[in-house]
Design a protein around this ligand. Sequence first.
Ligand code: HEM
Length: 134
Amino acid sequence: MSATTPASPDASPFERVGGHAVMRAITDRFYDLMDQDPAYAELRAVHATDLSDMRAQLPLFLAGWAGGPRDWFEANPGKCMMSAHGGIAITRATAEQWAEAMNRAIASVELSDRAIGDAMADVLSRMAKGMARD
Ligand code: HEM
């Protein structure tokens, strides 16, 4: 499914937003913002210097999470979002930065179905904020 072909109403959210190309565009924009906008400096500081592994992992996670190919889940059996972040001290400030950068990234990308993109942004924001430990 390309980013320009409308998907059928019973397609998965993954297909409806535009598949892998769109997931990669969203996550590349997300990490560009995190890397370059000083508003996300605190969030950037808790990540590894080299973001290339996260640029590869996050689009695969989002693909499976949104009902598409489950490569990330098959490569990480038993792992969930809480266990993946178990050793990371997530604060309200960094969770809010994550949510805001993801909202901006989703808003900046051309999607086959904007309503699904908006719903994804909303749910991901709630998940991120729910991960704060302080
Ligand atoms: C819905 C929200 C989030 C999603 C979907 C998400 C997704 C992911 C994924 C898929 C990984 C790779 C895990 C692995 O393969 O082991 C990861 C790692 C990581 N996440 Fe998140 N994350 C979220 C929220 C956050 C927040 C709020 C923070 C704030 C500190 C954060 C910080 C990190 C860090 C530091 C890593 C390790 C990667 C590195 O060291 O560069 N994440 N995340």
